[in-house]
Design a binder for this molecule. Structure first.
Ligand code: C2E
Ligand code: MG
Ligand code: MG
Ligand code: MG
Length: 285
């Protein structure tokens, strides 16, 4: 009897694994043609400069409009892409598109906006990473200081010595670097000090711990203090509530990003967003 049960649960398990493997294969197959078919799109989420209440810049977030399945969130296809060379193609495409877009906005009089692009651990390991970034900057004519690369904490802590040398080469191009999802991985403070990184992004999980006006927000507080003492700036992710904004602002957090200030949006909507914010700012002065 027990044996039978085991057998069937194994069977179920195997079937489930097959399903997942198949799903991955389908996503990978469709993703290969997504770029040439123009199915990928970059959305932009604004970041607020806490001190002067202005748009500090934005994060580029990739979206996939699948012809049959409709909208596919990056959480569903980026991990699949990371298991193949596709992530390098997608990463390059997003980088180029985001840099071009900022140049278009400059030409349209929106000013010098700073754009942050996510970099996968796989890209960081590729030899061509630094060359590609340099190439895109040359091609688009974007000033390097307007580009920020976001690298997750788990990616930077993997193969630290190699990562440090790549990050140094990227920094030497003049781009700025930030550690994404900070607090969810396992950082060694000793290494953190050696990373040529300008900014830490506090993961949403720790912003979520600020549940009301009286919250202690212990981890958020600790990260701001530690980051500042390392000479880094701090961005808080996933800020949804005004009391979180206030709390983080009192801590001296430099930037906030989240639905409270603005959701990720299409380029055209982002342009309107920035224009409206600038007009509001002028009216307030
Ligand atoms: P991430 O880089 O940490 O980006 C922040 C994520 O939090 C985004 O999810 C954003 O839409 C979401 N978010 C921002 N504010 C709020 C908020 O107030 N509430 C909530 N609930 N969510 C908020 P998204 O766009 O689904 O992206 C998920 C992840 O996919 C990103 O996390 C990043 O790791 C990855 N990703 C997105 N685009 C790219 C890309 O071009 N390249 C690579 N390698 N990864 C990407
Ligand atoms: Mg990010
Ligand atoms: Mg993040
Ligand atoms: Mg994240």
């Amino acid at each position: 009897r027990a044996k039978e049960d085991q057998g069937s649960s194994y069977h179920f398990y195997a079937e489930e694994m097959n399903k997942q493997a198949l799903e991955r294969q389908i996503i990978e197959r469709d993703l290969k043609i997504a770029i040439p078919n123009g199915e990928l799109e970059v959305y932009y989420q604004p970041k607020l400069d806490v001190k002067n209440n202005r748009v500090a810049g934005m994060e580029a977030l990739v979206r996939w409009n699948h012809p049959e399945r409709g909208f596919m969130p990056p959480g569903l296809f980026i991990p699949v892409a990371e298991r193949s060379p596709l992530i390098v193609l997608i990463g390059d495409w997003v980088l180029r598109e985001a840099c071009r877009q900022v140049r278009r906005w400059q030409a349209e009089g929106l000013g010098d906006l700073k754009v942050a692009v996510n970099v996968s651990a796989v890209q960081l390991k590729e030899n061509c990473m630094v060359t590609n970034v340099r190439q895109v900057l040359l091609e688009t004519g974007l000033a390097p200081h307007l580009l920020e690369l976001e690298i997750t904490e788990s990616a930077v802590m993997d193969d630290v010595e190699h990562t440090i040398s790549v990050l140094e080469n990227l920094r030497d191009l003049g781009v700025s670097l930030s550690i994404d999802d900070f607090g969810t991985g396992y950082s060694s403070l000793n290494y953190l000090k050696r990373f040529p990184v300008k900014r830490i992004k506090i993961d949403k999980a720790f912003v979520d711990e600020i549940i009301d006006e009286t919250s202690e927000g212990v981890i958020a507080r600790a990260v701001v203090t530690m980051g500042h003492s390392f000479g880094m700036e701090i961005t808080a992710e996933g800020v949804e509530e005004e009391f979180q904004h206030e709390f983080l602002s009192k801590l001296g957090c430099d930037e906030i990003q989240g639905y409270l200030f603005g959701r990720p949006m299409q380029a055209a909507d982002f342009k309107t967003f920035v224009k409206d914010k600038t007009a509001e700012q002028l009216a307030a002065e």
